[in-house]
Design a binder for this molecule. Sequence first.
Ligand code: ARG
Ligand code: ZN
Length: 879
Amino acid sequence: MDLLPDTAPPPTANAETAPTPPPVIRRADYRPPAWLVPEVALDFALGLDATTVRAELTVRRNPAIDRAPLRLAGDGIAARAVTVDGLPSNAWRMDGADLVIDLPGAEHRIGIETAINPAANSQLMGLYASGGMLCTQCEAEGFRRITFHPDRPDVLSVYRVRLSGDKARFPVLLANGNCIATGDHGDGTHWAEWHDPWPKPSYLFALVAGDLVATRDRFTTMSGRAVELAIWVRPGDEGRTAHAMRSLIQSMRWDEEAFGREYDLDLFNIVAVSDFNMGAMENKGLNVFNTRYVLADPETATDGDYDAVEGVIGHEYFHNWSGNRVTCRDWFQLSLKEGFTVLRDQLFSAAMGSEPVKRIEDVRVLRAAQFPEDSGPLAHPIRPDSYQEISNFYTATVYNKGAEVIRMMRTLAGPERFRAGCDLYFARHDGEAATCEDFIRAIEEGAGLDLTQFRLWYSQAGTPRVTARLDHAGDTATLHLAQQVPATPDQPSKQPMPIPLRIALLDRATGRHAGEHLVVLDTAEARFDFPGHAQPPVLSINRGFSAPVALDAGQSDADLVFLAAHDDDPFARYEALQRLIVGHLTGAIDGTLDAAGRQAGREAIGGALAAVLDDPALDDLMRGELLILPAESYLAEQVAAADPVSIRREREALKAWLADRLADRFLALHDRAILVPYSLDAAARGARKVKTQALVYLAAGRPEEAARRAAAQYDAADNMTDRQGAMMVLCGLDTPLRAQKLADFHARYAADALVIDKWFSLQAGSLHPAALDHVRALAGHPDMTLTNPNRVRSLYMAFAANAGAFHAADGSGYRIIADLILALDPLNAQTAARFVPPLGRWRRIDPGRAALMRAELERILAAPRLSRDTYEQVSRSLG
Ligand code: ARG
Ligand code: ZN
């Protein structure tokens, strides 16, 4: 590649005031940095509403690039003073938001002083205040809101950080790396100095200052290094950190065993923060977390919350290698660290719990969140080609499909050879800012694979559709496969991709098979012969969800019932049941099912679920998984111009029919499950899962019985899983118990923000016919605030995902979300933009509603001073 200086004009707008339209950043325009910054020294004089930052950057000209001035990015900050090599300088100018300095030599020391107001930082990017403490979020481009810096991930520096501030307000002062000195100024202020020996990009910088208490433990690494672990929370929350600490220690051990990765500092700090845009952040040695992924105890956290804490603690810890030791060259490579790290956290969680249940959950998330993205106006490849605002690309595609793509490499290579490829990747790129291409090449060489055609998975968007048909003649079964990758924005035509499909051919008489095959479909069409089958076998395909595709296997209900009962691959068993139900419901929704077909379908599903309820060989965690009906969002993907109300109606009607048909079994299941005492072991968790599943069905078919049982379950609950499950069921029912228990719930947990979030979500996401009115009332509740992202999401995300309410025929649901976006955008653009995708699905919705959704998008786009974040999402959604 020829090396050009990075003098292309960068975006000049800050998050609050973007011009229209914001500039487009392209992957093809990448240029290496003209200046490197080997060292950064930062001195913070901390105050909640006035913090002074003195930065000293050692800058070194990139020898490959000549004569370019030093260009430092800023966002909403001003330089109060600039020095060059220790002397005051006037040789600098502002170019938009960038600070530009002409420098004569090859290496200089640049001093810059900036002043910021953390308390006024409602964007929660850069340095901000949360509940009286100070903390940072710098990924992706938050560092430039603290000081001027190249602020691009391929510029790596060793950081020295000095923090000073009021002792009473900020008794704890934390930054990356190791604490090397502390001291007292004797005037009520104190200071700490931190040094991180590992060169890192600016997005991994972090500081925290506040009144915090630590839960401490120790970990000894595989080479015998002792690591001090600390989880910092607000005083009063220290009783809820045990699960996070256990998860951290398990993560550290697992990464050594599964990937040979060892921790590399003497200290590992985690801080829980209440106001946070995302889940958590992997800052080197100082992970900052949304409280919801740290705090857990039985009284306030559900089993699902426990799993989420374990998964996110693992995710951020694993970033220490996949993200920090090897980082990204530019933000188009985001999936290099995020896709890989999601795969790593998925494998970790699978190893800690039930592997098949974890796999089913991962696929459920992919289908509910990523498939709709991939079929909509915001579809993008896992390695995007352009963006206006990078925060918009922290998506299910980059994260979850990214993980699926790397999982396919692992399937193609086998786990041992995949591990060899990963070892090569880490060894070769340690200390570097790498690309997806670097990763692919390391896997190719280390695992001995040819991934030439496989690279299409990085560049083509859209969920491939695979059709499969099994023929039988003589003693040979023949599998006919075809693939088609749908057109997506900017990508009208696609090439066939290699699609690895694990398959088995089951003997109809015994339910057994003679071994699994891995077939790779890498052309538009292909056939595969399997001799040795005197009778036509039953096809089990995409076992373990070996490829992230939409599959049409054209199987009869009888075959699906057979697979649901006999398949030895737990995912395939789940999938057969799902396909049986999806086939039935899509027929019911699009009106192609006649009365006889409807009855036959229901009987088939009822029989299969009865078998699930009766099967003594199933554990309850798996049973609970098999009982979950396909999500409305996934069903909406299966039908053209979906009417969300008929999806809701048909899904609920099936549930009611099943509840009626299987009432005795559901009642018996509930009776059995409520006897199991609380513990975190798999059997007890399974019992809690089926307990609420039973109520969910009964609520549809036997609402009075369900209300009575839910209220009793609520009253008897000694844990949040049971209490929330019961509350969820009551929220969907028209019963006086609903208001009664909601009031109790609120009073009981009034002081606990994370539980009050649940209280909002349960009502906003409920099946109650008046859910939209409830949301409107809750928007004015004294506990509602736009300044806390968890609270905003708890009400409005739950609502936007509640098809029955959000898609009200008069468009009032769309108006609620559009009004929210407009109100939130000036305060927190990143979070506001996250609410655009629900409105962007208009193309897949019936024409009447689609027009109303479009009108709301147009209204948002017409607003003055829209952020870059929201502008990009809305304009693409209208596209
Ligand atoms: N890297 C973080 C993670 O673990 C996410 C940070 C996202 N930040 C943002 N501003 N979009 O996934
Ligand atoms: Zn991540």
